[in-house]
Design a protein around this ligand. Sequence first.
Ligand code: NAD
Ligand code: LMR
Length: 330
Amino acid sequence: MTQKRVNVAVTGAAGQIGYSLLFRLASGELFGNDTKVRLQLLETPQGVRAAEGTAMELDDCAFNTLDSVDCFDSPESAFEGAHWVLMIGSMPRGPGMERSDLIRSNGPIFVGQGKALSRADRDVRIVVVGNPCNTNALIALNNAGDIPSSRFSAMTALDENRARAQLAKKASVPVSRVSRMTIWGNHSTTMYPDYENALISDQPATQVITEQPWFDETFIPCVQKRGAAIIEARGKSSAASAASACLDHVRNFLRPTPAGQWFSAAVLSDGQHYDVPKGLIYSFPLRSDGRGNYEIVDSLRLSASGQDKLRLTAQELMQERDVVKDLLKS
Ligand code: NAD
Ligand code: LMR
């Protein structure tokens, strides 16, 4: 078997998501049994010792697919030669907060780390998970010099998974029967989980679940506020589900998207799709060719109310962009 190798940098490696994610990255589950994974962990100077503890545990798993684990407190060192940079390191919100309340404390992290991406592999892909993830991705992209903007994405796979799980429960089908679920816009309470175009067992979701008010009154608010509900119940923000979604997100870009399907991720809007203003990191339905390129699925139809929701979440992203405009130019 040919041995391949992938270098994965993970920021915030000693945090809760890091602890759920790293073992699965190392295990071969994502990149395959023929690929050796080199983990490059970034933490704050105070967090590095804990990351080293996790590195010891990774060694102790004796994964055949783990090449090495190194811990760093400088992004320049951590990103050296990275093929994937998973940007998780940042503060989570607490009860009663919105994700956008984190913007002025977390945003600056993505300036320095954005600049440090110049040390990564020329073909690097960058995934932003740290909140508010759309706008943090915009900050990283703006500070990343000549790295093509198509390399950057922010994670809405967790929202997609939540939406699919809720539809599956309501329709009493396995979650694998729910497809074509788009999350539009911001990873926030304005996101639009698009039930209009979703399929359940290859039929329109609205033909399988005929109780229309359920979509607007229960489904949409449930998905939009799921993060807060978890914080309320657990006392901490989602971690294992976020790590799992991060693997799904990377896998969605690594593999060719099956015919007739799509997945959701937030990418830079060029102003050419669904009237979304240019220059926002906005979650769209995407298809990947499995060779590192994606395209936005352009053919979805939306009701007038759906279109209003797309505009509302774009407006929120424009407001977030205004709040960090000093961080957007290198
Ligand atoms: P956590 O507090 O458990 O861990 C964050 C880690 O990041 C800490 O170990 C901290 O030391 C480290 N860190 C902070 N600043 C850093 C920096 N400049 N460089 C490197 N490391 C740094 O938090 P968590 O639960 O792992 O969540 C991390 C982020 O992910 C939060 O912003 C959270 O809101 C976000 N999140 C996003 C999604 C999503 O769907 N997009 C889902 C869940 C959580
Ligand atoms: C989530 O959706 O679970 C995360 O973004 C964490 C949060 O703050 O809600």
